[in-house]
Design a protein around this ligand. Sequence first.
Ligand SMILES: Cc1cc2nc3c(=O)[nH]c(=O)nc-3n(C[C@H](O)[C@H](O)[C@H](O)COP(=O)(O)OP(=O)(O)OC[C@H]3O[C@@H](n4cnc5c(N)ncnc54)[C@H](O)[C@@H]3O)c2cc1C
Length: 456
Amino acid sequence: MTTATHPTTRSVAVIGAGLAGTGAALALTRAGFRVDLYSDRTREALRDDVPATGTAILFGASRTADAEIIADRYADNPAAHFSAGAAGLAGDSSNSSDSTGVASFPASYTYEAQSVDARLRADDRLAAFLDLADTTGNRFLVDPVTPDSLDTIAGTHDLTLVATGKAGLADAFATDTDRTPYTGPQRHLLTVTATGLPSDHVFTGRTGGTQSDRLTDTDGNPANNSLLSLHEEGEVFAGPYLHKDGLASWVLLAWAKPGTATEQAFHSTSDAASALQTLKDLHHREFPDIADDIDRLQPVESDPHSWLKGAVTPRVRRPVGETASGHLVAALGDTAIAVDPIAGQGAQLGDRQVAALTAGLTAAASDGKEWDATLLTDLFERHWEDHGRAGVAVTSLFLGDPLYAEVAGAFFGNAGADPAYATGLFNLFSEPAPAITLRTAADVARYVDAFRKVTA
Ligand SMILES: Cc1cc2nc3c(=O)[nH]c(=O)nc-3n(C[C@H](O)[C@H](O)[C@H](O)COP(=O)(O)OP(=O)(O)OC[C@H]3O[C@@H](n4cnc5c(N)ncnc54)[C@H](O)[C@@H]3O)c2cc1C
């Protein structure tokens, strides 16, 4: 991450200061380019006045791309990691070992997941970008960009990257209907960050044993736990999470299938306290094995924005667009690929796109090549083949798409008896590529073989 210089110093405008925009602004600054970062909010407002766009957990492999953008500040923070998981299936009394009616199976991750508030991550990037501003002349401009001003900006920079998330200026890019799997949201979402349980809490109702039975990862090191719970009307994830104010907390992230009572309950929430209460009630109804633990969680008092509800309309967009006067713009982060968070792919894809785009633009500049539509399309196509396609596919798998009915049945049906199935399933969060080709129970059996030595 050294600052490079180029024979011709090209200029880049980045619109939007979320994870993708701040990441691109920092990485391109370090690569030696002139960068103007446009934000509709001040630095303080980005961190303190809005909820995080999403939970933005980095599951294993994407942490390499993240470290290319900014040095990992959280590697040694025990509150920001987990590397063991326990899944629970409500209402599966045939496999349930106790009276709760929840069948459970543990999994050791083959990687360490890092869970840090997206507002804190974006603020780290912005701080590093601002630190370099004096020496580089690069600018952070608080300016809500309109389609008209985008036209002007794109006309005065060599490249303009639009990273305004799922909305904002995303309509500058046409939807790629062939790559977009659904025309509407597949789930309603409710998420809240809360304190009250230590990061290394052991959910003994699900994992068995007692609080003092520490979980371990595949190397035998102490591991924090995370939980994935499935019921007829949706899913819930719970995991340790480093809140932006430095608090060791837990994030609860829940999905509801459309038209269910669970969706109605999500709609009735109005603040962090009611969101948390709704998820406690859900646990008592569906997951009594861990409900008493979840009851100990309390809202983060210092942060009224520690919750979020809504739904993601999935969308893959064409990578380049044109402003009114015909200037080129390129899509980045959620603006380029937006997916339901059920497989935790969005921020991971954003990091990977930023890292690859920075390398591609740097190589082109060194070779004296234009940053034109052909180059930007080629770079996106590579990102799509390397990561985007798999991120979309694994999301469909976890959403229970009919295409994956046999695959999901094989994973969940065998995980209780054979830990390799559970480990293989959780590995897809980090390395989703197998989801592109898994179609049958036999495919799954072959895939999980690789995890047998890990779980033996
Ligand atoms: C509930 C939930 C959980 C998630 N969990 C995970 C997970 O575990 N792992 C994972 O990898 N991903 C996860 N994601 C996805 C992840 O959070 C997103 O992919 C990521 O945060 C998107 O970052 P971004 O920078 O592309 O967009 P955003 O975060 O939306 O940033 C866009 C920025 O642009 C600004 N902006 C908008 N319009 C303008 C304008 N006109 N002018 C200037 N600025 C503008 C916005 O204010 C914002 O600051 C989750 C998503 C959700 C909803």
